[in-house]
Design a binder for this molecule. Sequence first.
Ligand SMILES: Cc1ncc(COP(=O)(O)O)c(C=O)c1O
Length: 397
Amino acid sequence: MTTIRPIKTKKRSPVSQRANSIAPSGIRKFFDLLASMEGVISLGVGEPDYATPWRMREAAIYSLEQGRTMYTSNLGTPELRQELSRHLEHRYGLKYDPATELLITVGVSEALDLAMRATIDPGDQVIMPAPCYVAYPASVSLSAGEPIMIPTVEAANFEIDAADIEAAITPRTRAILSGYPANPTGAVMPREKLEAVAEVARKHDLLVMSDEIYARLVYGIEHTCFAALPGMQERTVLLGGFSKAYAMTGWRIGYAAGPKEIIAAMTKIHQYTIMCAPTMAQVAALEALRGGEESVLEMVADYNRRRKLIVKGLRDIGFSCFEPKGAFYAFPSVKVTGLTSNEFVEKVLLEEKVLILPGSLFGQQGEGFVRICYAYSLPHIEEALRRLASFVQRHHK
Ligand SMILES: Cc1ncc(COP(=O)(O)O)c(C=O)c1O
């Protein structure tokens, strides 16, 4: 009897090429290490150490008591969109129609993904400053686009230069993705430099995705909203959220504001994948816009005190540390130790039990730097600085 042997074919990966094309966020590894150690001081996670102010929590609790537990409109509740529209007009003089130009999302994370998926065709290029937030290149790759990183440097305050953007433009360039105030550098773009970027966008007919999640966290400098620059509202998708300024990371509320054609396309994807942002969290976000201002100002004043402490402390230890004007990160150079950013972070964690993140996680342009989040209490920061000082004494090259 003859046996029929199956023809051997190469086994196909169970994972799509697109998912395979992106690397997992390198941050995980450090949090796994952290979980296995005791007595570690973490300045790693980029989130406020405050609980959400009580009035937002209370509004959400009350909504649950009232049984407000159903889906909302795909776009988000009309009250929240109206309030958000008023808020954007009040802050930036921008008018957005709450019925067609605003979409409430599950954090800026979702808004970013939707903005990419709604505008990028395979092979389109998206230009972004680097080092940058880890989700930026991934969101472009997941839309089958190509992220094009433009290095920003400490000597130029990690600001993106319009001429560098223009030099990187090709026939495939579709958009600029910019995030200022910036994670991981804490850089804020001065208005004139943003105007120059706007000029390039206009000249080359590019879309702009502007992640302004840290808009409220600026110190001694004004935040310029990209969409509010002349002629930019019609080509900009403004991404904003509640996580950072209102200490609401776990609630998962963000939004996109933009031209109605793009918002409609984003809403189609959102309605099939998410349906709507969590109802009780939308209630809390509404309360944040209506009554959260005082808390924002208090937290910002506190972050500013912490910012000054950490920058001075790092400089006293001997690091060169660019002065961050926004967000809640310091981004010192660790080149004095002769270690790579990864080696530095691993050694500091194992020898001194302080968790910070290597700059290289945010793109190769971040090599030689580390990201230190200062949204932690002053005693916590002081202790971390003491430990860093003792580390540098041993490792100065
Ligand atoms: C620059 C930047 N954009 C977006 C996000 C994600 O924010 P959300 O919590 O609104 O999804 C973060 C979170 O760290 C961030 O740093």
